[in-house]
Structure formats: structure tokens, C-alpha cells
Design a binder for this molecule. Structure first.
Ligand code: HPA
Ligand code: ZN
Length: 334
């Protein structure tokens, strides 16, 4: 099973590029940019990664971003992730970025975007990895600030495929961003949102109804509402589930309690993703392996999860067919 998981073609649909900042790179960039960190060593950074909830993590996640200053820093960050994904046989990635985490520090939107776009283009040329970029609004900030961020995206439509919603779910319900999502969709951006991670099932329903999302990021707590589960299954809306993130942020109490199998059994298009791998202890392969071992997922279940990732991706119909053919050929031969 391990070899199959390592070698299978994979797609990642829930990945915050700022969450791939490994402690080593954080230290190196802090030095390069003369940023003072509250840690003296890489080990000290690692030791700080003990979270009791989402907010605990977010506080360190935003602090960590302070080392990303120059265009090259953003390129190096993305390139390190993409090289790593190539070694894990990841062939398609849909990547979030948090521009407000950078523009708030005086960094130019276009500096961030062009660095990420360059790294993604280079990964396509070098490794054949395909990608989509999704710009997230930070939900703890205001609607007005989200509109300002959307104005930047409007000028870069060719490079940004969709908009998302992340950061603190509690206290910032989906409807706070109903108008900004309406405008974003009007302009042709696909919509997704983090919901039902810490917040209730109602946040998942409201994200579908008011933000008109095409995919659910996390969505664990949707399982608390059977009618909602049937609706999501019937509409074929994919969920981007993040097992190691769920464990580290106490969304689940142990990996053996993870709801992934229940999601599959309910007919949901659940997928496996890494979220913020540098903070949560694993990239794609490690996420697959940890949940497979804990739940004793069968070969059929792993195959389904792998297929769901391509099915639930935002690849156009023709590219999706090609990717699924490659996947099915691998599965038949291994
Ligand atoms: N949830 C909300 N916001 C985030 C996350 C997450 O898992 N990762 C990075 N920002
Ligand atoms: Zn996330």
C-alpha cells in the first residue's frame, strides 16, 4: 500500500503556499531580509508548533510570513514546494495564497503574484505539473478590505482562477462576504471557501447558498447535518479534506476518529490534501499514509480518494479526462 500511495499520480486541491514555509527556509529568509524572529534556532521554531486550535496556528502562520519580503522569497517558497511535489508524484496543484497577509506589510500585490506565477510556469515546463491559483480573502478582515483585494485580482485575471475564504472561521460567517463573492463570481472567478472546519454545518450550507461555492474546503462538520450531506453528495461538490491539519488543529481528537471513511460511505467526493504542510508535519504522501494507516483504508478506498482529486479539480474537461486516463492506467498496472 505504501508503494502504491507513494507512486500514484496525485492532485492537491487545498494548499496554502505560505503554509509551505519550512523552519529552515524561515531562518534563512529572516537572515537574508534582516527580520528578527522570536526563535534562535530551527528546532525552536519546530517546538513552537503545538496548536490547540485554528487561531493558535494562524498566529504563528501570520508571524512566519514576515520573512517573505522580496519577489525572490516568494519564488523560492513556491519552487521548493513544487520540487517536493514532483518527488511525490503530484501532477496537479490548486494553490491558495493570502495576498492580504503581504499587502498589509507593504508588499506589492503584483510582486507576490508574479513570483508565484513564474514558479508555477517553471514547474509546468520542468515537471509537467499543471496548476490553478486561488486568491483567498482573510475572513477576520473587513468586507471593504476584501473588495480592495478583489480590485487587484481583477487586473490579473489571467493568472488567478478563483477566490477563496480562509483564516478565523468562528465569528466570521460566510455571509460577511456575500457581496464580495457575488462580484468575484460575476467577474468570472470560481468560488471556494473554508467552512465547517471549526464552524458549524450551517457555515457549509451558507457558503453553498450565499457564496455559491464550487468546492468545500474542509467541510468536516457538514457530517453533523444528514440532509446537507445528501445535498452535497447529490450536487457532486467535492470536499478538500486535510487529515494532518485536522489532527494538529484538534478538529479531530485522533486520526482513528477521522471522518474520511464516513465521508466516502456517504457518497461524498472527499479528497486528501496537506493544507499547511510545513506546520502540520506532512505533505501529500504523508497525509495519505497517516489516514490510510489510522483508518486501515482499503486499496479501493485509496483509489477512490486519488480519483476524486482529479474529478474534483478545476481542470477543464479535456485536461481532466487526460489526467484521469493517466491515473486509471497507473491503477490498472499497479
Ligand atoms: N483554515 C483557515 N485558514 C487557514 C488555514 C486553515 O486550515 N490554513 C491557512 N489559513
Ligand atoms: Zn486551509
Amino acid at each position: 500500500m505504501r508503494t502504491f500511495i507513494e507512486n500514484m499520480p496525485k492532485a492537491e486541491l487545498h494548499l496554502h503556499i505560505e503554509g509551505t514555509l519550512e523552519p529552515q527556509m524561515m531562518m534563512a529568509l529572516a537572515k537574508r531580509n534582516n527580520v528578527t524572529l522570536p526563535y534562535a534556532t530551527v528546532d525552536e521554531i519546530r517546538q513552537a508548533y503545538e496548536f490547540s486550535n485554528l487561531q493558535d496556528f494562524l498566529d504563528l502562520y501570520y508571524a512566519g510570513m514576515s520573512v517573505l519580503v522580496e519577489r525572490q522569497d516568494f519564488f523560492d517558497l513556491a519552487w521548493a514546494y513544487l520540487e517536493k511535489m514532483h518527488t511525490q508524484n503530484v501532477t496537479h496543484v490548486e494553490i491558495f495564497f493570502d495576498p492580504q497577509g503581504h499587502t498589509a506589510r507593504g508588499i506589492n500585490f503584483d510582486t507576490v503574484l508574479s513570483a508565484l506565477t513564474d514558479a508555477l510556469d517553471q514547474a509546468n515546463r520542468t515537471f509537467g505539473i499543471t496548476s490553478k491559483l486561488i486568491m483567498c480573502f482573510l475572513r477576520h478582515l473587513s468586507e471593504e478590505e476584501a473588495f480592495e483585494t478583489l480590485a487587484h485580482a481583477r487586473k490579473a485575471k489571467g493568472h488567478i482562477f478563483g477566490v477563496g475564504l480562509d483564516s478565523s472561521e468562528i465569528g466570521h460567517p460566510p455571509r460577511k462576504f456575500e457581496r464580495v463573492f457575488a462580484e468575484a463570481r460575476n467577474e468570472g472567478f470560481v468560488a471556494v471557501a473554508h467552512c465547517g472546519e471549526e464552524g458549524p454545518a450551517e457555515n457549509v450550507a451558507d457558503s453553498l447558498d450565499y457564496l455559491k461555492i464550487s468546492r468545500i474546503d474542509h467541510g468536516n462538520r457538514a457530517l453533523e447535518d444528514p440532509a446537507l450531506v445528501s445535498r452535497i453528495a447529490d450536487e457532486g461538490i467535492a470536499l478538500t479534506v486535510c487529515p494532518l491539519s485536522n489532527l494538529r488543529l484538534n478538529v479531530v481528537t485522533s486520526m482513528t476518529d477521522h471522518p474520511l471513511r464516513r465521508m466516502l460511505n456517504a457518497g461524498l467526493c472527499a479528497t486528501i490534501n496537506s493544507d499547511d504542510p510545513a506546520y502540520f508535519g506532512g505533505y501529500m504522501t504523508e497525509n495519505y499514509l497517516s489516514v490510510q494507516e489510522a483508518l486501515n483504508l482499503s486499496r479501493d478506498e485509496i483509489e477512490q480518494l486519488g480519483r476524486n482529486a482529479y474529478t474534483g479539480s478545476f481542470l477543464d474537461a479535456a485536461s481532466k479526462r487526460v489526467a484521469l486516463d493517466v491515473y486509471d492506467t497507473f491503477v490498472a498496472a499497479n
